[in-house]
Design a protein around this ligand. Structure first.
Ligand code: DGT
Ligand code: CA
Ligand code: CA
Length: 572
């Protein structure tokens, strides 16, 4: 099967990493990084576009040369230029670059000066003190790198939900195309919409004699067959992800879907209820004695144990069973409840599309409003705006808004919280905005007390209405900062500052547990995409998934409201 967008993006990024270590022309490096980003965030699969014979050079920033490379990767799963480069520069150097505190310059230095070409070499150099002796590397940097290395070794690899989706889509298409297949459903943490997934669990039903297993293990992206039987198989895919498949009889489809959706903790708690009723429950059905009393659908399973249907996102044994029994399950927010997006960038800072393009994309999603939240000046790498440029943008927004009916661009900015908790723009400018987002972007290493004080100080500014990506984590890349979140939540609730569930697939911040805690603490929430392109606006669904996992109803999420109500609900 053809390479997924995520795999193509990964190869381009790897190539850019190695080029950078080789001191290649920065424009070339940037071209590959851009290609990685464009492909990685495209809503259309490159493999499909190639199959349809479409011209890939219509993609933004993709010329003929890159288009040809994408085609090669789609067809062969590899980029020959990368293999050539890897013959000269150790491939692991690109993995080293992913550690906190190590960029291309430093990795190159470590390679040249100390011959470091692997995680193991790096650990040894830190233990011996050789790394600390290099110019620009102190004990502090060494400790930071070591902490990153240790996280690497101990936590099993988990995949971001959006990446798992990209790998799953073509596999599902391949399985669905088999003659005789009836249903193919992904269960497990993927169906519960966890922010990361360990592996994929697929439940299949098919006509007798359908060659499901043979086709599954010979799927193109399979690099290793871990187990193959007549009703179950496990494989590993090119990107390292494991996929478990179970072929089930139709009478057991609901039971299997239910069992493999989990979570394990939820299953165990429900099994107790079944046992108390004199029932046995497994992946084939619910049984009284030898008689199967349920199995075909999940509804049947729930009914047999006397529970209403519990949505997969809630099945974590975090109180959902008790709530279901008491008829107190929340009516969870849905994507179609969302009326607007409150976090989006344009070319004025580090976005890739114009104000007009972003507005038009938001309108075609059926939104009533979109807040334009370009960075404030502190974020220089992202071309942050100063008051003068910001006011020019406000004027442009006014002109555009005059042309809309039933839609409004909201004047805003993602205002940086400075070291000391002051904001990066004067109050007079904040007062001109429709909505004010505050966000922490640097000095993420402050100790907990200082970080907390800093954030609380920002919330004290009466103009601040939304705290964006409140913990600053990047999934698989950077942990949350050290602030005392319960204090932040309490302060936000008291001041009426809404907390963001940032829907960007790399962030999902607040996560499910924090969002639920924030709601319990009395905070209002918003779900926003932090889109850096028109395509990014479609990430809303990932944020809604996390909001659902946080037990939120539409009424708990401010951007489900029409604009007038939104403005009443935001701090003022
Ligand atoms: P993951 O893959 O780590 O993101 O998480 P899951 O939840 O997908 O877990 P996984 O793939 O190990 O197993 C899939 C489902 O199978 C799990 O959610 C519940 C069910 N399951 C697995 N092991 C057990 C078990 O020992 N007892 C019960 N009751 N269910 C289990
Ligand atoms: Ca799984
Ligand atoms: Ca599994």
């Amino acid at each position: 099967m053809a390479a997924s967008n995520a795999e193509i993006a990964e190869l381009f990024d790897r190539y850019a990493d190695l080029l950078e270590i080789q001191d290649a022309n920065p424009f070339r490096v940037r071209a590959y990084r851009n290609a990685a980003r464009v492909v990685g965030s495209s809503s259309r699969s490159m493999a499909e576009l190639v199959a349809e014979g479409r011209d890939l050079d219509e993609l933004p920033g993709i010329g003929e040369d890159l288009a040809a490379k994408i085609e090669t990767i789609v067809r062969t799963g590899a980029l020959p230029q990368l293999a050539q480069l890897e013959a000269k520069v150790p491939r692991a150097l690109s993995d080293l670059m992913k550690l906190p505190g190590l960029g291309p310059k430093r990795v190159k230095l470590l390679y040249r000066e100390l011959g470091i070409r692997s995680f193991e070499d790096l650990k040894r150099a830190i233990r011996s003190g050789a790394l600390q002796a290099l110019p620009g590397f102190g004990a502090k940097t060494a400790a930071r790198i070591l902490a990153g290395l240790e996280r690497q070794g101990t936590t099993p690899q988990r995949f971001k939900l959006a990446d798992a989706e990209q790998v799953a889509a073509p596999l599902l298409a391949c399985l669905n195309a088999i003659q005789g297949i009836k249903t193919v459903t992904i269960a497990g943490s993927f169906r519960r919409r966890r922010d990361t997934v360990g592996d994929l669990d697929i439940v299949v039903t098919a006509k007798q004699g359908t060659p499901v297993m043979q086709r599954f293990v010979s799927y193109d992206a399979v690099t290793e067959v871990l187990l193959q039987g007549s009703t179950r198989a496990s494989v590993r895919l090119r990107n390292g992800m494991q996929v478990d498949l179970r072929l089930m009889p139709e009478v057991s489809y609901g039971a299997a879907l239910y069992y493999f959706t989990g979570s394990k903790a939820h299953n165990i708690a429900v099994r107790k209820i079944a046992v108390a009723r004199g029932l046995k429950i497994n992946e084939y059905g619910v049984y009284r004695g030898k008689t199967r009393i349920a199995g075909r659908s999940e509804d049947e399973i729930f009914a047999s144990v006397g529970l209403p249907y519990i949505p997969p996102e809630l099945r974590e044994n975090r109180g959902e069973i008790e709530a279901a029994r008491a008829g107190r399950l929340p009516k969870l927010v849905r994507l179609q409840d969302i009326r607007g997006d409150l976090h989006a960038h344009t070319t004025a800072s580090d976005g890739h599309d114009s104000l007009e393009a972003m507005a038009s994309a938001a309108r075609s999603l059926g939104y009533a409003y979109l807040a334009i939240t370009d960075h404030s000046r502190q974020v220089r790498i992202a071309h942050g705006l100063d008051p003068k440029r910001l006011r020019a943008q406000f004027a442009a927004i006014d002109r555009l808004n005059a042309t809309f009916r039933d839609f409004r661009l909201l004047k805003s900015a993602e205002v940086d919280v400075l070291d000391d908790g002051r904001l990066d723009l004067p109050d007079a400018v904040l007062a001109e905005m429709d909505v004010v987002l505050a966000a922490v972007h640097y000095r993420l290493d402050l100790p907990a007390d200082k970080q907390t004080t800093r954030v609380l100080k920002a919330l004290d500014n009466r103009h601040v209405q939304i705290l964006a990506h409140p913990t600053t984590r990047l999934i698989n890349q950077r942990p949350e900062f050290a602030a005392h979140l319960e204090k932040v939540f309490a302060a936000a609730a008291e001041r009426g500052v809404a907390l963001e569930i940032n829907a960007h697939p790399d962030r999902l911040d607040l996560d499910d547990i924090h969002a639920r805690a924030a709601h319990a603490a009395g905070c209002k929430l918003v779900v926003s995409t932090d889109a850096h392109s028109t395509v990014g606006l479609a990430d809303m669904r990932y944020g809604v998934d996390q909001a659902r996992r946080a037990w939120l109803s539409a009424g708990d999420v401010l951007n489900t409201f029409p604009i007038e109500r939104l403005q009443q609900e935001l701090r003022h």
